[in-house]
Unconditional design. Structure first.
Length: 300
């Protein structure tokens, strides 16, 4: 038959994903993310059409000449997880049983990430603040050990109060995630400050000027160590993101991630964070479909 346009209706059952199936995902908590991959094989199970019979093209555009291939009526924000974007495109695979039999595929990925706002302002920012307050105790003279230790111990106990504030929201994991490392870094910094205060106190018994010099060096050392630990958390977050939500399609664990060959020039990414909701002429709201072409397979 001649080439023509077909409307493809795909009846799908309710899809349920257990976001905790990936054991190591929460290593990056609360900046953890997910990439949920799927694919559709363009073939009929009864007739077994191949790519010579069924072929799909993503070339529909709106009045502004922008890609208009996927229609959504859902907000990208739903609860604690945010749908950042959708990757979709065309691919193909060869039949494992029939020679010279290839099929076109439609691949689609949902990019999810957790909204870390609660944990940043309820856990990480307060722990950084109590470390900074503890560092201010170096302003006291080395001989004022009581005043120094009183402030540091107060901040030390405050850190445990912060943990209790977010305890119910933290996932029980058998490994340390970013919040755990941040809290433990604050505890270590305050413990180190308390030890340095004791050393400064003993030095002040013989020389106040030497004690003041020691305080300056000790304060700078604690700042460098604590900033290094925060940098470690940031680098760790970036590295783990590349293994989860920001991974490539071919790096997935499902069988089709390696089976499907992605087609260069037919890959698209649709960011949902920046798109706007408009109102149609019938009064119903719809989401503007905007796609960004992905040239090649390296960034899909």
């Amino acid at each position: 038959m001649d080439d023509g346009w077909l409307m493809w209706e795909v009846p799908l059952k309710l899809l349920l994903w257990n976001l905790d199936d990936e054991f190591h995902r929460l290593l990056n908590f609360p900046f953890d993310s997910l990439r949920l991959d799927a694919f559709f094989c363009l073939s009929n199970e009864l007739r077994l059409e191949n790519r010579n019979d069924i072929r799909m093209h993503f070339n529909n555009k709106d009045k502004n000449n922008k890609p208009y291939n996927i229609f959504l009526n859902q907000s990208h924000e739903r609860g604690e997880f945010i749908l950042d974007g959708i990757s979709y495109g065309l691919g193909d695979h060869a039949s494992p049983n029939m020679k010279n039999q290839e099929y076109d595929d439609v691949v689609i990925s949902f990019h999810l990430r957790r909204n870390p706002t609660f944990y940043i302002y309820k856990a990480q920012v307060p722990t950084i603040a109590i470390v900074l307050v503890s560092l201010l105790t170096f302003v006291y003279d080395g001989a004022d050990l009581g005043d120094r230790m009183e402030t540091v111990m107060g901040m030390f106990l405050t850190s445990f109060a912060i943990q209790w504030t977010v305890m119910e929201r933290l996932p029980p994991t058998p490994y340390l995630h970013n919040i755990d490392i941040s809290l433990n870094s604050a505890l270590f910094a305050m413990f180190l400050i308390a030890i340095l205060h004791c050393i400064s106190y003993r030095i002040s018994k013989t020389s106040e000027s030497a004690s003041a010099t020691f305080d300056q060096i000790a304060c700078a050392a604690v700042i460098i160590i604590y900033c290094g630990l925060q940098l470690f958390i940031y680098v760790r977050h970036k590295r783990l993101s590349k293994l989860t939500g920001n991974r490539l399609f071919k790096e997935g664990a499902a069988f089709y991630n390696n089976m499907v060959r992605l087609r260069k020039g037919s890959l698209w990414y649709r960011p949902l964070t920046y798109e706007t909701t408009q109102v149609a002429s019938d009064g119903h709201s719809f989401t503007e479909a905007v796609g960004i072409p992905r040239n090649g397979n390296n960034d899909f």
